[in-house]
Design a protein around this ligand. Structure first.
Ligand SMILES: C[S@@+](CC[C@H](N)C(=O)[O-])C[C@H]1O[C@@H](n2cnc3c(N)ncnc32)[C@H](O)[C@@H]1O
Length: 376
């Protein structure tokens, strides 16, 4: 299996180079309206937003910024296939404008934009952000009547174009089976509260990820695994540091990332070229977690009912019997061409020596590896 990853320097308000109905999933996070770090960007995209900020007209600036995002959402709606999902990570903003402190409900405004475009809004995820916790108290301290609750979560909004996706051909059905996730992953991922406490970020070069409000790799890995199949194409119209590109590589999906700021593309390529170890570690973590889960479940409730075909390990449901894992054999991020990744199927994992063999095959020395050491 091979995948390709395009990193395009462009303005996502015009994605006319991407064909109608050609994208299988959108995973993205736009600049957040009324968060000060994005004022400059929105002012450069819209003179109305710039004037709104200048005149201290909070509502006017908020709306003008969303009008620019709406143009991207319109393109997203066009390029998505019928039955495909768009997942949008966004946080609300709180801000004092002209002496008044208030909430700017970005998530509600984006839901309304997608509804206008005819997409269905599905239940949303609340992502609890650890980083917001230090600003916990705002307003009048211990005195009642003038304090505000702190925003400690962001949203992952989930939209679908058209009705439920149908898998009609044998090839589609088999790709869907191979792309299945584990029962215990389903239970964790399809909760409406996500908390990535303890998830190593490990990819921040010179603090660019923090400065660009990058989301955790784990967030993109989950969404891609939940809503697309191997070898399908994921689009991120606000690529930033390229977390969606990396997650697509790790998940065996193709990707297209659009970014307006040319400071990011060397960073995306550099991260991709040193990503092999972390990507394979993510595969190994899934295997290890599944083995741990099955061991403790077997202790409590006896053996699982089904056996997975490609790997030979026990699984809880029939839907997991065709699940196939892949290791990433090579990532080519040479300049001037699309990033390419090639994959090999992970083999059988029914006994300790086979697990050890696969662990060694997945082990690629690198700064991000923090699993068991080779030869231990
Ligand atoms: C919140 S950041 C995305 C961070 C990204 N998810 C990551 O993990 O690094 C939003 C990005 O959108 C880019 N952007 C803003 N407007 C854009 C537009 N019209 N077209 C393409 N990119 C845009 C910004 O430069 C910024 O890098």
């Amino acid at each position: 299996m091979r995948t390709r990853h395009l990193v395009v320097l462009a303005d996502a308000r015009d994605m006319s180079e991407i064909g109608d109905g050609s994208i299988d999933l959108v995973v993205t996070s736009p600049p957040y309206p009324m968060i000060e770090m994005w004022d400059g960007l929105f002012s450069s995209l819209s003179s109305v937003a710039a004037k709104g900020l200048e005149r201290r007209d909070g509502d006017g600036a908020f709306e003008a910024m969303h009008v620019e995002l709406d143009r991207v959402w319109q393109e997203v709606a066009r390029v998505l296939c019928t039955g495909a999902f768009a997942c949008v990570n966004i946080g609300d903003a709180t801000r004092t404008v002209a002496g008044t402190f208030r909430l700017y409900a970005n998530h509600a405004r984006v839901i309304s934009a997608f509804r206008t475009l005819g997409l269905d809004c599905l239940p949303v995820v609340h992502w609890r952000k650890q980083t917001n916790a230090p600003n916990k108290f705002m307003g009048s301290g211990m005195l009642p009547g003038g304090a505000y609750v702190t925003l400690e979560h962001e949203y992952v909004l989930v939209f679908r174009k058209g009705g439920k996706r149908r898998f009609l051909t044998d090839a589609e059905k088999s790709a869907r089976m191979r792309s299945a996730f584990f029962w215990e992953e389903r239970n964790r991922w399809f909760s409406d509260v996500w908390d990535f406490k303890g998830t190593a970020q490990g990819l921040d070069r010179g603090g660019l990820r923090a400065r660009s409000a990058a989301y955790p790799l784990e967030l993109a890995l989950r969404l891609i695994s939940m809503y697309s199949l191997y070898e399908e194409t994921v689009l991120d119209p606000f690529l930033g540091t390229g977390t969606t590109t990396l997650a697509s590589i790790a998940c065996g999906r193709n990707s297209i990332g659009i970014e307006i700021d040319n400071a990011f593309s060397p960073f995306v390529r550099a991260n991709a070229s040193s990503f092999l170890a972390a990507a394979n570690e993510a595969v190994w973590t899934r295997i290890r977690d599944h083995r741990d889960f099955i061991a403790s479940r077997t202790d409590l409730r006896g053996p699982a009912k089904y056996v997975n075909g490609p790997h030979g390990f026990p699984v809880v449901t029939r839907q997991e019997t065709g699940l196939q894992l892949y290791r990433i054999a090579r990532i080519d991020a040479s300049p001037g061409r699309p990033i390419e990744a090639s994959y090999e199927p992970v083999g059988r994992l029914d006994d300790a020596s086979q697990v050890e063999k696969e662990r060694r095959a997945l082990y690629v020395p690198g700064p991000l590896w923090n699993g068991p050491s080779a030869g231990s």
